[in-house]
Design a protein around this ligand. Structure first.
Ligand code: C2E
Ligand code: MG
Ligand code: MG
Ligand code: MG
Length: 277
C-alpha cells in the first residue's frame, strides 16, 4: 500500500492491521459469490404514525443469508462491499427488488405506500444514478414519489459538491430524499436549509436517553422543532418503549420507527400484517 521500490519495517501493530485486511478480502470474495448465488434478501420495517396505528411507509433493509444458514446484518458487510464495485451491484439489486415488491404492497390495499431505500456513497455519488433509477421505476410502473432515498447526513455533507446536484436531479424527477442518522454528522444549519429533503431521521442513539436524560431530550425536541420550522417530516428511529413513544408524541413527532412498532420483516409477513381487505 505504501508503493513499490521501498523498504518497509513491520511491527506487530502492522501485522494486526494486515490481519484485518486479509479478513476483509476473504469476506469480499464471499460476498461476491453470495451475490452470484442469490444469498441476499430484503426485510421491511414499518414506519408508523405517532399513534402507532397507521402504516405510513416501510424501510427496506438488506440481509445476507450465507450458505451455512447464518444471517449477517448489513453493518457487518456493507462497509466491506463499499471497498469494491460490488456495492453498486448490490444497490441496484435492492432497487430492483423493491420495485418488484412495491406493486404487491399497493395491490394488497396499501395504496400510495412509500418505500425507503438506503444508499451508500459509491452508489449514490454516481451521475448515472438518476437516469438508471428512473428507468427502473418506469419499467416497474412505479411512480418515483413512491421511493424515498435515505442518505446519511455524514455522506451528504462530506461529499456535498457531488451529492447536492444528484439530490436536486432526483427530486426534479419526483423521488424523495431523507437524511438518515441525523445528528451524527456535522451539518451546518445554513447548508441544511438548501438541501432538497422530504424528511430527516433522528438517529436512534438520541432516543436511548429519552425520556430520562435531559440532554438527549433537549436534542430530540430541537430536531422536532427544526423539522417543523423547515416544513419537512421528522422520523424518530429506534423507538423501543412506550415512554419514548409518549414523549415523541407529546412534542409533536408525527412518524416513528422501532422495535416497539414493528421489527424488520420479510415481504410475506408484511403483507399478512398490513393487508387491507
Ligand atoms: P439505518 O438505515 O439507520 O437503519 C436502521 C437500523 O436500525 C436497522 O438496522 C434496523 O433494523 C435497526 N432498528 C430499527 N428499529 C430499531 C430499534 O428499535 N432498536 C434497535 N436497536 N435497532 C433498530 P439494520 O437493518 O441492521 O441496518 C443497519 C444499517 O445498514 C442501516 O442503518 C443502513 O445504514 C445500512 N443498510 C441497511 N440496508 C441497506 C441497503 O439496502 N443498502 C445500503 N447501502 N445500506 C443498508
Ligand atoms: Mg435508513
Ligand atoms: Mg438510521
Ligand atoms: Mg445507520
Amino acid at each position: 500500500r505504501n508503493g513499490r521500490n521501498r523498504v518497509s519495517h513491520y511491527s506487530d501493530a502492522q501485522g494486526a492491521e494486515q490481519d484485518v485486511l486479509a479478513k476483509q478480502l476473504i469476506m469480499l470474495s464471499e460476498l461476491q459469490h453470495g451475490f452470484e448465488r442469490g444469498e441476499f434478501f430484503l426485510v421491511y420495517q414499518p414506519i408508523m404514525d405517532a399513534h402507532g396505528e397507521a402504516l405510513a411507509a416501510v424501510e427496506a433493509l438488506i440481509r445476507w443469508r450465507k450458505s451455512d444458514g447464518t444471517i449477517v446484518p448489513p453493518d457487518q458487510f456493507i462497509p466491506v462491499a463499499e471497498q469494491s464495485r460490488l456495492i453498486v451491484h448490490l444497490g441496484r439489486w435492492v432497487v430492483q427488488q423493491v420495485c418488484h415488491d412495491l406493486p404487491r404492497l399497493h395491490a394488497a390495499g396499501m395504496h400510495g405506500l412509500k418505500v425507503h431505500i438506503n444508499m451508500a456513497a459509491p452508489e449514490f455519488l454516481d451521475s448515472d444514478l438518476p437516469a438508471e433509477l428512473m428507468a427502473t421505476v418506469r419499467a416497474a410502473g412505479i411512480d418515483p414519489s413512491s421511493l424515498q432515498i435515505e442518505l446519511t447526513e455524514n455522506m451528504v455533507m462530506s461529499h456535498i459538491d457531488t451529492s447536492l446536484p444528484i439530490m436536486r436531479k432526483l427530486t426534479q424527477l419526483g423521488f424523495e430524499i431523507s437524511l438518515d442518522d441525523f445528528g451524527m454528522g456535522y451539518s451546518s444549519l445554513s447548508l441544511l436549509k438548501t438541501l432538497p429533503i422530504a424528511s430527516l431521521k433522528i438517529d436512534r442513539g438520541f432516543l436511548q436517553g429519552v425520556p430520562r436524560e435531559r440532554d438527549d431530550c433537549a436534542i430530540v425536541r430541537t430536531m422536532l422543532d427544526l423539522g417543523r420550522n423547515m416544513g419537512i417530516g421528522v422520523i424518530a428511529e429506534g423507538v423501543e418503549t412506550d415512554s419514548q413513544l409518549g414523549y415523541l408524541r407529546q412534542f409533536g413527532c408525527t412518524l416513528v420507527q422501532g422495535y416497539l412498532l414493528g421489527r424488520p420483516m420479510p415481504l410475506p409477513q408484511l403483507l399478512e400484517r398490513y393487508r387491507k381487505a
